[in-house]
Design a protein around this ligand. Structure first.
Ligand SMILES: O=C(O)CCC(=O)C(=O)O
Ligand SMILES: [Fe+2]
Length: 336
């Protein structure tokens, strides 16, 4: 077998044996396909071609591994006082404490709408909020490796920048119902045309078992149809301009998501499209179009590693974009 054939075989085996759950429900082996990756050393044209034709591109080795693992270490040192980590382990590993702790009490701000708040959950959320005032996460999110890749993808952008509203997410092994529901990012970015691209950055390795992002293949036309229907429905309901751009209006459920059950969503709306699953490593970035439908899986890592990632939107100062995302860091109640 050639190297490529061996790799294909490994991916197929992985897709077959993987246990894959969304925030609710599961995704069967028949509903999955592999998200191929491309090295950062590939030509700009081939990287751009992937993104333009598929709506998503998984690029390997955009940043040095150690640079990313240093950010992982900083994050887990910051939240260590909340007792999220297994005692005696290195924060850089980000190993879940388990034992008598409830994984649903360690959900970050972006997942607050998914859980019932209680004092224990508030301890972790508050600590994660406070981190957003630190300088190092902002520096990491706008680092030169990502910026250079954005300019390679978008030759037409002369002033690319990372929106100030940056999201850091942990996904603790065996938390239930806390992984990201089915959505396309433009739901939350309706204050401008869909010009922004998202950089989803795993901060540490994120194997298929750890619930990384999964993409509904070739789903931009589906999202466009849903978006058009929402706009029409909103107008028929007499929505104000504010309601029309706001993700959490009465057309959506309370989380702003299309569904919490990717498997069922794919069956109902996907017309036999598969969910694309990737194997992400520290240093990789997945870029996606803001109309591409995606969700994340539950973290079922047998090694107990916490999934840590940040999702960033990049735009260009010379193109219109949703300015609400660049006014401030993420704040409680900012309705985005
Ligand atoms: O990391 C996640 O679970 C969700 C990330 C996401 O939706 C995004 O980067 O657009
Ligand atoms: Fe997203």
């Amino acid at each position: 077998m050639t190297v490529i054939e061996t790799q294909l075989q490994q991916h197929n085996d992985c897709l077959q044996r993987l246990k894959l759950e969304g925030a609710s429900g599961s995704i069967t082996a028949e509903e999955r396909a592999w998200l191929p990756s491309i090295p950062a050393s590939a030509s700009d044209e081939s990287i751009r071609h992937e993104l333009e034709t598929k709506g998503v591109v998984h690029i390997k080795g955009v940043m040095p591994r150690e640079f990313v693992l240093e950010a992982r270490r900083k994050y887990f040192e910051w939240v260590e006082p909340t007792h999220i980590l297994k005692e005696g382990t290195d924060p850089k590993e980000g190993i879940w404490a388990a034992g008598d702790r409830d994984p649903n009490h360690f959900v970050p701000p972006a997942g607050a709408g998914y859980i019932e708040m209680n004092p224990q959950a508030a301890v972790y959320i508050d600590r994660a909020w406070d981190m957003l005032d630190e300088e190092w996460p902002k520096d990491f999110c706008s680092n030169q490796y990502i910026k250079t890749m954005v300019t390679r993808i978008h030759h037409d952008w002369h002033e690319p920048f990372c929106f100030k509203r940056q999201i850091w997410r942990t996904n603790v092994p065996h938390a239930k119902g806390t992984s990201t529901g089915v959505h396309y990012d433009h739901i939350f970015l309706r204050g401008g045309p869909p010009t922004a691209i998202t950089a989803w950055v795993p901060v540490g390795d994120c194997t298929p078992e750890m619930g990384g992002l999964m993409y509904l293949e070739n789903s931009i036309p589906i999202a466009q149809k849903i978006e058009d229907d929402f706009t029409e429905l909103g107008k028929a309901k007499g929505f104000t301009e504010d309601d029309l751009v706001y993700a959490f209006n009465s057309n959506m459920d309370a989380t702003g998501m299309l569904s919490m059950d990717p498997g069922t969503f794919g069956q109902q709306f996907g017309e036999n499209r598969k969910w694309l699953i990737g194997d992400y490593e520290a240093g990789d970035i997945v870029f996606h179009h803001s109309m591409m439908i995606h969700a994340s899986g539950s973290n079922l890592d047998p090694q107990g590693r916490i999934r840590l990632s940040t999702d960033l939107r990049y735009g260009d100062r010379n193109h219109p974009y949703d300015a609400r995302w660049d006014q401030d860091r993420m704040r409680p109640g900012d309705r985005l």
